[in-house]
Design a protein around this ligand. Structure first.
Ligand code: NDP
Length: 256
């Protein structure tokens, strides 16, 4: 990325911004010039990150957000708009995992995974598209929606059936929505990361099983938290005007 502030003027709402990849991207996107809105349930965490960004000269707002609730999403978009103007960029990043054998999985766990990772992304994208279409007369061809999927969509694994299915689901959802909104100038793309150490993976990679998994990868390493930065910044910027309906793998070759 050659331009120092590729997201200048953009209003970016990031879901799941209280930890891990979402929190990191919020800080990174603010440094790239965006006005960032950090959405998550744990507002004590997003509030602190927003304060950090603002005291470093950026522009950030923390909003309470539960992506499984359409009314919560609508309130978050309304708060974002009243502070910064219409949201034109969304990173649908919120996600959860529940590991275990399918036949042992409580219904509540399955619902939480699908509701957050699949329905939550769809409800978020719908709210984003509505906001972008309403603002369309002012700013055409500027809408950007980036979905954070997972390489588990491309593989079969042990004990993460619902998670992997939800991630395959959002990749196809992204293509469908890209087609649905292509004439409105809204680009929808999906990023499929490999493994990065965050709360989501917990201490798995410190265990013998986790260490063996890393040893089996070609590059024998986990990715760092900044692995997605340049691709996500590109997909959120004006530079990606012609890129929509794409699915992009960033996994250090883990899935090869
Ligand atoms: P974290 O567990 O660190 O972060 C997950 C985020 O999702 C938290 O901020 C959490 O916030 C938020 N979240 C969960 N449920 C909801 C909800 N109902 N409403 C709003 N926010 C919610 O995980 P990662 O940073 O690792 O994961 C981010 C994304 O990246 C996920 O979609 C994950 O599937 C994906 N991913 C991660 C990989 C990895 O190796 N880490 C690999 C591939 C994909 P709060 O609890 O405050 O609401």
């Amino acid at each position: 990325m050659t331009h120092a502030h590729p997201l200048a003027g953009r209003v970016c709402l990031i879901t799941g911004a209280s930890s891990g990849i979402g929190a990191h991207l919020a800080r990174r996107m603010a440094r790239a010039g965006a006005q960032v809105v950090l959405g998550a349930r744990r507002t004590e965490l997003t509030g602190t990150i927003a304060e950090d960004i603002n005291s470093a000269g950026g522009k950030a707002l923390a909003v309470a957000l539960d992506v499984t609730s359409e009314s919560s999403i609508a309130e978050a978009f309304a708060s974002a708009e009243s502070r910064f103007g219409p949201v034109d960029t969304v990173v649908a990043n919120a996600g959860v995992v529940r590991n275990g054998r399918s036949t042992d999985a409580p219904e509540a766990d399955l619902r939480q995974v699908y509701d957050t990772n699949l329905l939550g992304v769809h409800l978020t994208a719908n709210a984003a598209a509505r906001a972008m279409m309403a603002a369309g007369s002012r700013e055409s061809e500027a809408g950007r929606i980036v979905i954070i999927g997972s390489i588990t969509a491309q593989m079969t694994g042990q004990g993460d059936a619902a998670y992997a299915a939800s991630k395959e689901g959002v990749a196809h959802l992204g293509r469908q929505l890209a087609r649905e909104w292509v004439r409105q100038g809204i680009n929808v793309n999906t990023v499929q990361p490999g493994y990065i150490r965050t709360e989501l993976v917990g201490d798995w990679f410190d265990s013998d099983g986790g260490k063996a998994q890393i040893a089996g990868w070609h590059r024998r390493r986990l990715m760092e938290i900044d692995a997605l930065d340049d691709l996500v910044l590109f997909l959120c910027s004006d530079a990606s005007a012609h890129v929509t309906g794409g699915t992009f793998t960033v996994d250090d070759g883990q899935s090869l």
